[in-house]
Ligand binder design. Structure first.
Ligand SMILES: Cc1cc2nc3c(=O)[nH]c(=O)nc-3n(C[C@H](O)[C@H](O)[C@H](O)COP(=O)(O)OP(=O)(O)OC[C@H]3O[C@@H](n4cnc5c(N)ncnc54)[C@H](O)[C@@H]3O)c2cc1C
Length: 321
């Protein structure tokens, strides 16, 4: 028979947001259960060097940081469950959620920290050169391209913001767009067009990322196809930033919680409350602007504190199974 897990605080997701919520929830005596999902440790487990998480002077490794966060959460009393939630009933408290294998989770409060995945182009070389020149996060990786040539692929706000951000590190930034105009807000476009270090390549489709003959070279160029003439060309570059948007992991909550037009969880301004009392959102799943480990951890802390306050204000408790 499938297990039933009852808890004061259920956390969905084991990235920086979920694990920070678990640390704070456990220290508040809520004995949280963390459902880890298909990517235990979250997005940082698929990267290597992390140079911007506070507290570490030397470069640290993403997977190591997440192992440490998990160990800390367990040390203070959180329980990890390797499962993925496939169904939710938030119509009344206690909330009821179902795991992949049929396990039932019953909780007084729910912290959603399911993250958002970068959209990729799905072209040759992208996966192989991921972290070796190909990236989806200029804020995370831009620093590694000081004085080098970089290219950003996309035409919306994210692409223009990433290109402008990269000018802090590179004097040679190319924005590649497959159309002849950008979707980004006018003010961002004005800033981009005025920038002396940004060049825009219009009507160019990205065909493949090209690695050097010696694998240690990583990315050396991007093959492009002109959408008007079909002509192929190669842009020599050290970094290729794919900036075509993100998919927040919220399909599960459609019809249960308020989502914005891009599918992000809507939380109260400056807080983590969703439109359902007792349900809180944190990390990238509710953040389309910052998307950093440290901001995810910060809002994870906020979600746990909000959940703890919510419980203190209600006299509601689930009987342990
Ligand atoms: C390649 C790469 C490099 C990066 N480098 C940096 C960096 O150097 N510095 C930095 O600050 N940020 C970096 N980031 C961004 C950073 O990783 C994210 O901002 C951060 O991980 C977001 O944390 P999160 O907890 O909100 O979500 P995530 O880390 O995305 O975690 C989401 C969690 O939710 C779980 N989940 C999803 N659906 C379900 C479900 N149905 N049931 C249960 N669990 C579920 C997943 O298994 C996962 O554990 C990088 C991102 C990438 C992709």
């Amino acid at each position: 028979m499938a297990a039933t897990h009852s808890t004061r605080m259920l956390v969905l997701g084991s990235g920086p947001a979920g694990l920070s919520a678990a640390i704070y929830g456990a220290r508040a005596g809520l004995a949280p259960i963390v459902v880890q999902g298909i990517q235990p440790g979250g997005q940082l487990t698929i990267t290597t060097d992390v140079e911007n998480y506070p507290g570490f002077r030397d470069v640290i490794q993403g997977p190591w940081l997440m192992q440490e966060m998990q160990a800390q959460a367990e040390h203070v009393g959180a329980t990890m469950v390797w499962d993925t939630i496939v169904d939710v009933d938030l119509s009344e408290r206690p909330f009821r959620l179902k795991g992949d294998g049929g396990a039932l989770y019953v909780c007084d409060t729910l912290v959603i920290a399911t993250g958002a995945q970068a959209k990729w182009l799905g072209i040759p070389g992208e996966q192989e050169l991921g972290g070796k020149g190909v990236s989806a996060c200029a804020t995370c990786d831009g620093f590694f391209y000081r004085g080098k040539k970089v290219a950003v692929i996309g035409g919306g706000n994210t692409a223009v913001e990433e290109a402008l951000y990269l000018t802090n590190h590179s004097q040679d930034v190319t924005l590649i767009h497959r159309r002849d105009s950008l979707r980004a807000e006018k003010i961002l476009q004005d800033r981009l067009f005025k920038h002396p270090n940004v060049n825009v390549l219009w009507n160019k489709e990205t065909v493949r990322f090209i690695g050097g003959d010696d694998p240690s070279q990583g990315l050396v160029g991007i093959e492009l196809r002109d959408t008007q003439t079909g002509e192929l060309s190669v842009l020599a570059t050290d970094g290729g930033f794919v900036a075509i948007g993100h998919h927040p992991s919220t399909e599960l909550f459609r019809g249960h919680l308020a989502l914005d037009s891009d599918g992000y969880l809507i939380v109260e301004k400056g807080g983590t409350k969703t439109n359902v009392p007792g349900v809180f959102g944190c990390g990238d799943v509710a953040d389309k602007i910052y998307r950093q480990a440290v901001t995810a951890a910060g809002t994870g802390c906020m979600a746990a504190l909000d959940a703890e306050r919510f419980l203190a204000e209600t006299d509601f408790e689930v009987e342990p199974a």
